[in-house]
Design a protein around this ligand. Sequence first.
Ligand code: THU
Length: 127
Amino acid sequence: MYKDLLDSAIKAREHAYVPYSGFKVGAALLTKGGKIYEGANIENASFSLTNCAERTAFFKAVYDGERDFEAIAIVGGKDELVFCPPCGACRQVMNEFCKGDFKIVLLDKGKEKVYTFDEILPLKFNL
Ligand code: THU
């Protein structure tokens, strides 16, 4: 169902900068208008400054003026792809821009799994 979006995430993963973990993550963010923004993780010697793939994709899109999002595909792993749900920090960034029905598309042993944002972040912090 989201094969093209997953393919974009797989392609984006090759842009990862991961000298410390070797764990490459790719994300592909689909806007309501049909545009895809790709992101990859960018690590730093000061580890906590690492930017996750999902946030790279969101920040590129938001900088471009995008505000309405449909879905994000995320893939990650060292050599093989493993199940790679978004970290807590990325869920909070999603919360800034996404509604409860926003879709998170993951690969689980090669099979597409789709979750709603409400499912993966049921209790949301908002101001
Ligand atoms: N990482 C992401 O890019 N997205 C996530 O949601 C989880 C973790 C990255 C950060 C770091 O470069 C590597 O995966 C290992 O934690």
